[in-house]
Design a binder for this molecule. Sequence first.
Ligand code: HEM
Length: 315
Amino acid sequence: MNEMTGGTGSGSGSEKPMANIHEFVHCVQQIFVESANMQLIPPKLAFRLNLPVWSRFEGAARKALDLARTYVNENVEHIRNEVNGESDGMSGQGIIRQLLNDGSISVEEMVRIIVDLFIAAADTTSHATQWALYLLSRNPQCQRRMLDEVNSVTGGHIVEECHLPHLSYTKGVIKEALRLYPVAPFLTRYLSHDMELSGYGIPSGKLIVMSLYTTGRKCEYFNDANQFMPERWLRDKELANHQTINTHACLPFGLGVRSCIGRRVAEIQMQFLLSRIVQKFQLSAVSNKEIGINLRMIATPEQPIHLALKKRATL
Ligand code: HEM
């Protein structure tokens, strides 16, 4: 997503950022809100009856596609101009450049890919980061342990890519935040054949909805299931203290061929962001009141999360 938001767009090999990024983000959020509103009404029916919820959904989707189309067209032109002017114009790492290089994907398909990726990537990663910061602010001893780990791995310097594999506790913080607050809370599958599930006979073709929120907080799978304990994910069984009984009960990125393709991107972004924030600031909760969770397509806080950030003396 870097190419949409960052970069100067002026140099060779870089892509132009999207001019109306805020409008685009707003459309993506509205797509989520209206999709959640349509969970109780079949979208086909909402479309046939031309319900206001459908019009709002369609309007947001159309606007997002229009903005993405302008962005992709501008970049395709920019990249092609570079190719004409310079020998290495096609090199670089942006998604559009790579899709153009592939040669078999039309510009309209690129537009759809960009919109799909943004829908899947933006709100999930940002809400997951927000929940992790919320949990760290309410658990100062975990925050301290994370800071100690980060400082010992980096020697007190800013976190770089080479440090990430050694931040086991930080990874535990992310996994634990996603266990308690799975931002994509429901996994769905259509059954390809009849099956029996927990004593219920379910015919093929039926939609199965699995709640990650429910399994993630079950005492039969996790000791002290409602407690935030990043150490339960450490490989060292001594340290983990057998606090996790069934790791498969926590699948925040899904499982199998349709699991999340952005998992590594999200994990790396969160590892960087959280460790750098904890290095720079001491986080504390503004209120002791627990914040509830809205379980929709994306798990969002019931009220805004307010945190106090105090700058640390070092870094
Ligand atoms: C914390 C962040 C994220 C979480 C918790 C998350 C979670 C999920 C989940 C639960 C699924 C459905 C998996 C299944 O049904 O088995 C999914 C699918 C998907 N995710 Fe993510 N995701 C995150 C970030 C991202 C990012 C950053 C991207 C893109 C760069 C992305 C792209 C996708 C795509 C394209 C799919 C659909 C895959 C398919 O249907 O084959 N996600 N994600």
